[in-house]
Design a protein around this ligand. Structure first.
Ligand SMILES: *Cc1c(COP(=O)(O)O)cnc(C)c1O
Length: 392
């Protein structure tokens, strides 16, 4: 008999769990869009969005998902025929590169596969060889959600600087913002993209591009009126924030979500994600001692604190996901972009997540392994409890 009735947990790497506070903030009549509270609320989001990205530069809001922010970032910076260097550590950076190609860029990809971070020494070599400065922008994903790898973005800036290469550094923080520490200005990032449905805990529909003066000056020939980040970042009239009707309810939701982050404190938010990730890792260390389960990313330094990709052998990934969802009301992430996809699953642990939710996820997975007779090491739940007890 399924035991799935009750509050469901969508433990996938986006969309993430929406806090009741955010849902309540959105449950209202449409506000006046011409003046008043909504205008004040929108203005108030701008400094907070900059603080979360740790930047003093600009931010433009788009009504769209992460793909919209990808396109906006590229449309404002590249011209047809420009070369962009894509540093692929999973499906997402490849997707961003495909979008650049669609806009007319020449895309050079270094593919590090599905189990490894960017090799900075190799990037340094490629940039050093580009004496004539063909490469206009370097595209990197901070946390690639398909592999759960975390890349060293500050290190990437360091190798770009050491070669004196003028390319823009563009980072995708869609999965990592407000989960894994990211410091746009200190790390020398020129353009950063994110969206609201992951660490920012708001229903999908808003995305953001942060950009500095260097990126703005790089302006290419692909920009169109709607994607132009200039009026959005420096609106003379309110409607220019969105180039049309404001996404009213999303703004109320985002305001509430950011207030939650401010109340907890950004450093505490990072710390909570780090500790919850370590509890998951403690369990997987034990599950993996026998049988097929293994970390997709072996080195803990390069593992995200927002999502964990786990190899489990085909078709166990799908079998486990189905069991957890239908028997227990827990939805796990698919083996997105992997081959075979059913040899992997992912746990999303981003945003509005606490220790008892993570213990519930781990307990449910442990039960699923037993029900499905997927071989696994003993002691995972005890190790997770121990990790939790030591860390709070
Ligand atoms: C989720 C995600 C995207 C895509 O965002 P959408 O909102 O689905 O368009 C891109 N990059 C990363 C790293 C992501 O996690």
């Amino acid at each position: 008999m399924p035991l799935s009735q009750g509050r469901a947990y969508l433990a996938i790497p986006g969309p993430s769990v929406i806090p009741d506070t955010v849902l309540r903030a959105m449950h209202r009549a449409s506000p006046n869009i011409y003046e008043g509270e909504l205008h004040e609320l929108t203005h108030s989001l701008i400094p907070d969005l900059k603080n979360i990205a740790m930047t003093d530069s600009n931010v433009a809001i788009y009504i769209g998902n992460g793909h919209a922010a990808w396109e906006a970032a590229l449309a404002n910076t590249i011209s047809a025929g420009d070369t962009v260097l894509v540093l692929a550590t999973g499906r997402f950076c490849i997707g961003w590169g495909e979008m650049a190609a669609g806009l007319g860029a020449t895309v050079e990809t270094i593919d590090y596969g599905s189990h490894a971070p960017i090799d900075l020494a190799q990037v340094e070599e490629v940039l050093a060889q580009d004496k004539e400065g063909r490469i206009k922008a370097v595209l990197a994903v901070h946390v690639d959600t398909s592999t759960s790898v975390k890349n060293d973005i500050a290190g990437l800036r360091a190798v770009m600087d050491s070669t004196g290469h003028p390319a823009l550094l563009m980072a995708d923080c869609i999965a990592s913002l407000a989960c894994d520490r990211f410091e746009m200005d200190a790390w020398g990032v020129d353009v950063m993209v994110s969206a609201c449905q992951k660490g920012l805990m708001t229903p999908a529909g808003l995305s953001f591009v942060w950009f500095n003066a260097k990126a703005d000056a790089a302006r290419g020939d692909r920009v169109t009126a709607y994607w132009d980040w200039r009026p959005r970042a420096n609106p003379e009239m309110y409607f220019q924030y969105f180039d049309g009707t404001a996404p009213t309810h999303h703004l109320y939701g985002l305001r509430a979500a950011i207030d939650m982050i401010k109340a907890e404190g950004l450093d505490t938010v990072f710390d909570r994600h780090a500790k919850l990730a370590q509890i998951i890792w403690a369990a997987l260390d034990h599950w993996g001692t026998t049988g097929p389960m293994q970390f997709n990313i072996a080195d803990p330094v390069h593992r995200s604190h927002a999502v964990t990709s786990i190899g489990i052998g085909s078709p166990n990934g799908d079998a486990l996901r189905n069991w957890c969802e239908h028997q227990c009301g827990l939805t796990l992430g698919i083996g997105l972009g992997r081959s075979p996809a059913d040899a992997y699953f992912r746990i999303g642990h981003m945003g509005h997540v606490n220790a008892h939710m993570i213990m519930g996820v781990l307990g449910t997975i442990d039960a699923g392994l037993k029900a499905l007779k997927i071989p696994h090491g003993d002691g995972a739940l005890s190790a997770a409890a121990q990790a939790l007890a030591l860390r709070v």
